[in-house]
Design a binder for this molecule. Structure first.
Ligand SMILES: O=C(O)CCC(=O)C(=O)O
Ligand SMILES: [Fe+2]
Length: 239
């Protein structure tokens, strides 16, 4: 791959205060134009190269939905490594703020390397960034990506395909379940190269007696035509 090296700068250029506020308010955030069309194409092309991946999952076999995904192997492709490293400190700051709101003692370290060290000490050593592929009819059931006791509270998904040109349907879904209430469903329409930051397991919501946890699951609605690729960056490693 002909990798660009301005990823760190691109990530640093987002208005992270504004993203933090949006995440506090709606539970997720968007990064528009995080990847160029060429980078999206390169990542899609990478999907065919099994030497870059450690595991392939047939989603139907596990009743996770319909489609497939592959977990990248270490060392991660440079662009994925750079995105994971560059996103982490901004998200750790928001994560620490959320932990405070929820009265948790957890404090996330400032660097991805330190956080991964912590994962490794807890037996979580396998890389979790993944590329997902859905054909017509494919979908991803509502789920959470937890792979052990250590879980970073946010993950990021990048849409790699061109909506309405390469595929139709296949909307990103977030379902938020508040205690003793019915769930809220959010449909997030991503553009090619854009990304969504969302909670891995829950988000703080203001109640009449302080902040409480609302459980969040994510998924993808059925693809009605064509082929849709996404790339997920999960920060905790897996057991
Ligand atoms: O394909 C998608 O957009 C959903 C990806 C997903 O489940 C994830 O990134 O964890
Ligand atoms: Fe997921």
């Amino acid at each position: 791959m002909n990798l660009t090296t301005d990823i760190r700068q691109r990530i640093a250029n987002y208005d992270w205060d504004a993203i933090g506020h949006t995440m506090d308010e709606q539970g997720y955030g968007l990064l528009s134009s995080a990847l160029t069309a060429q980078e999206c194409d390169e990542l899609i092309a990478l999907y065919a190269d099994n030497s870059k991946f450690r595991t392939r999952i047939d989603m139907q076999r596990h009743r996770f939905g319909l489609g497939e995904y592959k977990y990248l192997a270490y060392p991660l492709p440079l662009i994925v490594q750079e995105l994971r490293e560059a996103l982490y400190p901004h998200l750790a700051e928001i994560a620490n703020h959320w932990a405070e709101l929820l009265g948790e003692n957890t404090r996330y370290p400032d660097t991805l390397a330190d956080f991964l060290q912590y994962c490794h000490e807890h037996g979580q050593t396998r890389p979790t960034p993944l590329i997902l592929q859905y054909q017509e009819g494919g979908y991803n059931s509502l789920h959470q990506d937890l792979y052990g006791e250590v879980a970073f509270p946010f993950q990021v998904v990048f849409l790699l395909s061109q909506r309405n040109e390469q595929y139709t349907g296949g909307e990103s879904l977030l379902i938020e379940q508040r205690p003793r209430a019915q769930s809220i469903g959010r449909v997030i329409t991503l553009e090619r190269g854009s990304a969504m930051i969302f909670p891995t397991h829950h988000r703080p919501v203001a109640g009449t007696r302080g902040w409480y946890r609302a459980n969040v699951r994510h998924g993808v609605s059925p693809v009605t035509g064509g082929m849709r690729y996404g790339m997920g960056i999960i920060f905790h490693d897996a057991k």
